[in-house]
Every structure is written in structure tokens, then in C-alpha cells.
Design a protein around this ligand. Structure first.
Ligand SMILES: [Zn+2]
Length: 403
């Protein structure tokens, strides 16, 4: 396994690889129009490495040159009512907590622009959102003229744009050199000490605890526990104001303000906990065991002639099907279901299942629906009922439970 020279999160010692998966599709939210293209989708490799000094986890085999974020990336979760209510609650909470009224807001990685539009409409703010995957025709009405969008990555070239509140949700995990990136954000803030920055990433502590192998994919090259995220912000020149989890502990959130001085040495680093170190060392073995359980179960259901579908064609679905490997090509899982209409008729990168909308299931009649995120279970059950489908909904986390 490869060894990279230093940790990109705390710039101290080398990281040690502990878990590999290959081949995996390099992108997991890209719209792929044909099965042929899906089966020949560009592949990459995952070799997760762990930093003993700051607790950061990085894909040491991440190949940035293979990445191509564009409007063909369909990442929004905004079609889910569960997600919409979380998103609205978060916007309201941030506005109240940090007094974001009549202020300027900048969002790094704004996707299709839902969140920044909400922040601007709800707090009468003005905003500017950056994302190469932004699509002008899908611009939300909510923010009106108060929001401007730039179809590009946020980079050094935009550092002169100042804001009172900087938001960056579900983006930092796609960036390999996290220290370099957050330091750039710190430089852009300069001596505006009243600026608040808010970042949201997937919580790696939960991934380690649940051995959630479906949450490890090539688009995500950087993985954070609470300490890893705190260490990153402190060493990049921020004072941490709040750090917490939400969305059933799936998301890790941090609010920080610019510090007046950079810490002089690495003594400020909080090392990973014993629990994290032990979860890292058993991760590969436990993931393998769970993948085997899934394969056996899928095999059994196929022999019984049962129809099985996965619900959720995004990154988790792609990672899950890729981890199960060639087995799924045999038709044990023929379809992936998604409520996002833009995904309908496309195919899963790597494994090639067609993506269908929920209404399709009325005729296909699956007996088992694997929910790619248990937080959507009741929403899925309601949808199935609406389409007259009587299927068992099995959350992906329920892996150890026998069918
Ligand atoms: Zn580190």
C-alpha cells in the first residue's frame, strides 16, 4: 500500500493505510445516460490512511486528475421532505445563533443553490454562491435578486470577496488538501474578526462505529472525526465557537471565527481517542464480514426468486453496490430507486443498474427494498404505500439483522 509523506490535515507525520477498495467509480453522483457507459465508468482506488496525530482519514490513492465536477453532477437531496425540513431548521438555527440578518453570505460548494437562497430569504441577507455544478435554469426563486451564483470552484481568485458569514456544506470532504484549503479561507477573511465560518461534513465517528462501508467512496477523499475537524480549524488559524452533530449524527458541523494568532506548534493538536484508534484497526476486517453477510443474503433472496431494489441512487447506493462487487451483475439487484426526477432513466456508475422512479415499483413489485439511509425509512414506506407496494424496507445499517 502507498504511503504519503505527510498528513494533509495537520501537516505533521505520515499517515498509515488501513482499508482498501478497488475498483470504484471515481464519481458517484454523475448522471450516466446508458448502461454501457455506466459499466465502463472511469474507475479509481480507495486506500484509506489514518493520521495518529490529528485523527484525520484520507484516501491516499485519491486521483484528483480523474475528477470532473460539472452540471452533470446531480447531488441534491432537496427532493426529500425529511431533508427539506432538516435544511430549513438548520438555516433558521444558524441565522438565530450567529445573528445573520441583513448581512453578506458566501457559500462554497452551493450545489443547485437551495441553502444560500434560504439563508438570504429567511434573514434578508445578500449572498454569493460558488459551484461548478450550479445550473442556472434551476436557480431557486426564493433568494430573488439578493443571491448571485458563480459556476466555478471557490479558489484564490475569489479571495477578495468578503462576507460576514461563510458557509461550506458537504464540500470539504471532496478536497484532498484540507489544511491548504481552510488556510486559504482564513486568509480571505483577513482581519475581519467578526466573520463566522460554518462547515458541515459527514461524521466519520459514526462511519467507524457502524462500519458504514457504503459511506466510503472515491468522491470523498477526506474524512473527519470531531477532533480531526477541530484540529484542522485550529491549525489553520480559527477559534472554534461550536462543534456539534445533526441529522441523526450523520453530519458533523463546526462554527469558527478567525483567531488573532496562529498556534506556534503542534501541541495544540488533540489526538484521536482510543476508541477511534481501535475502530480504525478493525474496520477492514469488520467491513469484509458485513459485505459477506450482504452477499449471502442477496444470494438467498435471488434463489428464492425475490425482487430486491436499493432505494437511493446517490453516493451511498453506488458505494454499496460497488463493494458488493461483481455479484450484483448477476441480476440480484436490478434497479435503484430515486425520488429525484433528474436521475430517472440514468444508470448506476460502475455496476449499471437502471435508476427508476418510485411509481415503477407498482409493476415491478419488489419484496425487499434496501434503504440506503435509515433516516428516510418512514418516507420510503409512505411512498411504497402510495404506489400499492408491499415490500419489507431494510435499512442499510440493519446489516446484522437476519431477513
Ligand atoms: Zn493529521
Amino acid at each position: 500500500m502507498e504511503q504519503i509523506s505527510s498528513c494533509p490535515n495537520c501537516i505533521t507525520r505520515s499517515v498509515k493505510p488501513f482499508y482498501t477498495v478497488a475498483p470504484v467509480p471515481v464519481h458517484s453522483v454523475m448522471l450516466v445516460p446508458t448502461r454501457e457507459e455506466a459499466l465502463h465508468f472511469p474507475a479509481g482506488k480507495i486506500a484509506l490512511g489514518f493520521c495518529n496525530a490529528c485523527g484525520f482519514i484520507t484516501n491516499t490513492s485519491f486521483d484528483e486528475s480523474k475528477m470532473n465536477y460539472s452540471p452533470k453532477c446531480e447531488e441534491t437531496q432537496g427532493f426529500s421532505l425529511t431533508f427539506q425540513s432538516f435544511h430549513t431548521r438548520l438555516a433558521k438555527d444558524l441565522i438565530e445563533r450567529y445573528g445573520i440578518h441583513n448581512k453578506s453570505v458566501l457559500e462554497i460548494g452551493c450545489g443547485k443553490g437551495e441553502f444560500i437562497s434560504m439563508l438570504c430569504a429567511m434573514g434578508r441577507n445578500r449572498g454569493i454562491g460558488f459551484d461548478p455544478a450550479f445550473v442556472a435554469e434551476r436557480r431557486p426563486d426564493r433568494g430573488g435578486d439578493a443571491v448571485e451564483f458563480i459556476e466555478d470552484f471557490y479558489s484564490e481568485k475569489y479571495m477578495h470577496i468578503k462576507a460576514d458569514f461563510i458557509v461550506c456544506k458537504m464540500t470539504l470532504e471532496h478536497i484532498p488538501n484540507t489544511h491548504q484549503f481552510v488556510s486559504m479561507v482564513r486568509r480571505s477573511v483577513g482581519d475581519n474578526f467578526d466573520t463566522t465560518v460554518f462547515f458541515q461534513v459527514p461524521d466519520m465517528s459514526r462511519v467507524l462505529k457502524d462500519v458504514a462501508f457504503w459511506d466510503v467512496y472515491h468522491e470523498h477523499c477526506s474524512y473527519f472525526t470531531t477532533n480531526a475537524l477541530r484540529n484542522l480549524f485550529v491549525t489553520s488559524g480559527f477559534d472554534v465557537v461550536d462543534i456539534w452533530t445533526d441529522y441523526e449524527d450523520q453530519y458533523l458541523m463546526i462554527a469558527a471565527r478567525p483567531a488573532r494568532w496562529l498556534p506556534k506548534n503542534t501541541k495544540t493538536l488533540i489526538p484521536p481517542s482510543e476508541k477511534e484508534i481501535s475502530a480504525v484497526s478493525s474496520f477492514a476486517r469488520e467491513a469484509e464480514r458485513r459485505i459477506q453477510l450482504w452477499k449471502d443474503m442477496m444470494n438467498r433472496l435471488k434463489q428464492q426468486g425475490r425482487h430486491v431494489v436499493v432505494w437511493g441512487s446517490g453516493s451511498k447506493g453506488v458505494a454499496f453496490l460497488s463493494a458488493l462487487g461483481e455479484y450484483v451483475d448477476e441480476g440480484a439487484i436490478e434497479y435503484a430507486v430515486d425520488i429525484n426526477p433528474y436521475r430517472k432513466g440514468c444508470f448506476m456508475p460502475g455496476t449499471g443498474q437502471e435508476i427508476v422512479e418510485p411509481a415503477f415499483l407498482s409493476a415491478y413489485r419488489p419484496e425487499v427494498v434496501i434503504a440506503m439511509n435509515s433516516i428516510y425509512t418512514s418516507e420510503i414506506e409512505t411512498d411504497l404505500k402510495r404506489h400499492g407496494v408491499r415490500a419489507a424496507v431494510m435499512p442499510i445499517e440493519a446489516i446484522e439483522a437476519p431477513v
